[in-house]
Design a protein around this ligand. Structure first.
Ligand SMILES: Cc1ncc(COP(=O)(O)O)c(C=O)c1O
Length: 386
């Protein structure tokens, strides 16, 4: 871990980054920013319990920071649960929201004390009743995710009608029909997505009430946006819409949960990658970086319109220097690790200069591999005594 000279709270300004004398590539995270994002999220969502979606960035330092701040956790696998246990987190407080799970993971999670599992099909109910008899289940609704950058509803979720049948079936199978969840898609850009999703959850609650089933949990999922270059609705605006919709539910479930991932960690980190080659390809200027899609920057190739990390460089005259448009690519022999086209950066950039990517804390290192023998960025942490 980096134990250098950046003062806690100084955050990751270009001046602060110059003080880091660790070789690139690295991903440096300010843990004070993580803690502050958690505080701001909970302040904007009064009465909502936060379960960090750790898939987004499972660094032990981040898990510990959030656990110390009072956050709960959401996992996608037994592997993630084991990482939490290594940090002393009690599985009984953890949500397992991956709707399709290996049966062995269900059994191992239940043996560890985890008792709440997401479902969206009869097949999943069968696995849970076999591997974790009597467990609590919450059904994942398919909701409108068209205003998100990374939609999820094609893969997961069911409509209200089928969700109703699933909860009745769960009851008959001796499982506990516990709650309802949804995911509006990652980096959701409109407040109306939460409005319509909560209304669909309310419809399900109302129908089940007629059968004597009162749900104990409404889980708002993830999707809360982080700030990249575009302007997104603020967490306060989203919180206000959610609070208004909860007011008009048929009843208030005992637990209102949320599973933010990206929102809590994206803005806390900066990725630093040195330029290893500058070449012309036709009439295009290309920068070859130590980091491309396979080493942590895969989200740009998952989004057809590109992705808008704030970027700057190590040049002292970065802001005032004349600009050129560049194509940014990674270090491998694969052309699909190219991450950006037409990016305006200083014309004088050369091999050895560093490109910085802001808001790089979410879904970066978690995906990184050593493809072609290039190591993933080194994780560094600053902030507080963590
Ligand atoms: C079940 C579940 N919850 C929460 C999240 C976190 O989403 P986000 O990072 O957009 O907040 C995800 C992301 O894929 C997820 O699958």
């Amino acid at each position: 871990m980096f134990t250098g000279t950046i003062a806690p709270g100084l955050s990751l300004s270009p001046d602060a980054l110059r003080l880091i004398d660790v070789p690139t590539p690295y991903l440096v995270t300010d843990l004070e920013t993580v803690a502050a994002r958690y505080e701001a999220f909970t302040a904007a969502m009064p009465g909502v319990a936060t379960f960090y979606a750790m898939k987004c960035n499972p660094s032990p330092e981040i898990l510990r920071t959030l656990a110390d701040s009072g956050a709960g956790f959401e996992v996608a696998s037994i592997g993630e649960l084991r990482m939490l246990q290594a940090q002393g987190v009690d599985p009984a407080g953890v949500l397992y929201s991956n709707p399709v799970k290996p049966v062995g993971h269900i059994a191992a999670a239940a043996a560890a004390g985890l008792w709440r599992f997401a479902v969206d099909s009869p097949g999943e109910l069968a696995k849970i009743s076999e591997a974790a008899p009597g467990a609590a289940v919450y059904v994942r609704l398919r909701v409108d995710d068209t205003t998100s950058v990374f939609p999820l509803s094609q893969k997961f979720g069911t409509d209200v009608e089928d969700a109703y049948d699933l909860m009745l079936l769960a009851d008959r199978m001796g499982l506990r029909p516990y709650g309802v969840t949804f995911h509006v898609g990652s980096q959701c850009e409109s407040t109306s997505a939460w409005r319509s999703a909560i209304r669909a959850a309310g419809e399900l609650m109302e129908r089940l009430l007629a059968d004597g089933i009162t749900l104990e949990m409404l889980d708002l999922g993830g999707g809360f946006p982080a700030r990249y270059l575009a302007t997104e609705p603020s967490i306060e605006q989203i919180g206000a819409v959610i609070a208004g919709e909860i007011e008009v539910l048929p009843y208030r479930p005992a637990l209102i949960a949320a599973e933010p991932g990206r929102h809590l960690v994206a803005e806390s980190s900066v990725m630093a990658a040195t330029i290893i080659g500058r070449e012309m390809r036709g009439d295009e200027h290309w920068l070859f970086l130590e980091v491309g899609a396979y080493h942590g920057l895969i989200e740009p190739i998952q989004t057809p319109g590109g992705w808008d990390y704030p970027m700057w460089t190590s040049l002292a005259d970065h802001t005032s220097a004349p600009r050129l448009r560049y194509t940014l690519t990674g270090p491998t022999c694969d052309s699909s690790d190219t991450i950006a086209y037409g990016v305006e950066l200083p014309a004088t950039l050369a091999v050895g200069d560093v490109v910085y990517f802001g808001s790089a804390g979410a879904y970066t290192l978690a995906y990184a591999s050593s493809f072609n023998g290039f190591p993933p960025p080194t994780p560094l942490f600053v902030g507080g005594d963590r």
